[in-house]
Ligand binder design. Structure first.
Ligand SMILES: [Zn+2]
Ligand SMILES: [Zn+2]
Length: 219
């Protein structure tokens, strides 16, 4: 952890290093220190791919842009929220972030797509529900599929316009990916494959149990 208000931050070394999410900004200096200790230079990061518009995941994006000129990538539907600096839908006040309108460099449009870094594919799939433009990312490495599912376990709160019906469709997409490793936005990494499935089932049952998906489970 870099700061308690930060989401998980993942750095993928494709030869060209890529970041998935960047935290709230409160832990920005710690993030840079950790990265340098791990042998990476922040100005070499070729892209910051943002899973969704919440400030615990993207509050530091303006710092990455202004200090290092990092290319900012996110789904079209959350880019609208970020570019207008919406402090409710970014949940900025929950994380003590003074969120200002932020231009996004690359808008991902549609349901699925590929990003390519040094000849390696980082695939994305639109997984709305937690936010309108949430994405999950996955890659293949040594015959294993690694999934960055981010805030799949978060409560579907009406005050942030979460969409339970869309979320149900999205978690089915995540089950169908049959990932070997799942990297979560807050709670760490899960594996092997049957543990990933159990974690997704746990997220699904928790949403039902807490009443976010209506009454009764459909199995
Ligand atoms: Zn989060
Ligand atoms: Zn979130």
């Amino acid at each position: 952890m870099t700061n308690v208000r930060d989401s998980a931050i993942y750095l993928i070394d494709f030869g060209e290093p890529v970041l998935i999410d960047c935290g709230s900004g409160h832990g920005f200096e710690n993030t840079i220190t950790n990265m340098r200790k791990a042998g990476f230079q922040p100005d070499n990061i070729v892209a910051l791919v943002m899973t969704h518009c919440h400030a615990d995941h993207i509050g530091a994006a303006n710092l990455w842009k202004s200090y290092f000129g990092t290319k900012l990538v996110m789904h079209d539907k959350d880019a609208d929220i970020v570019e207008r600096g919406d402090i409710r839908l970014t949940a900025a006040f929950c994380f003590d972030v003074d969120f200002k309108p932020l231009p996004v460099d690359v808008r991902l449009k549609g349901d699925v797509g590929n990003l390519e870094f040094a000849g390696h594919l980082l695939r994305w799939v639109h997984t709305p529900g937690h936010t309108p433009g949430s994405i999950s990312l996955y890659m293949e490495e040594n015959g294993e599929r690694i999934l960055f599912a981010q805030d799949i376990g978060a409560p579907l709160l009406a005050e942030f316009d979460c969409d339970p019906k869309a979320w149900l469709g999205s978690i089915q997409k995540l089950f169908a990916l049959e990932a070997d490793i799942l990297c979560d936005g807050h709670s760490g990494a899960y594996g092997p494959k049957h543990v990933v499935r159990e974690y997704l089932e746990y997220c699904l049952h928790t949403q039902y149990r807490n009443g976010y998906l209506g009454s009764g489970e459909d199995g």
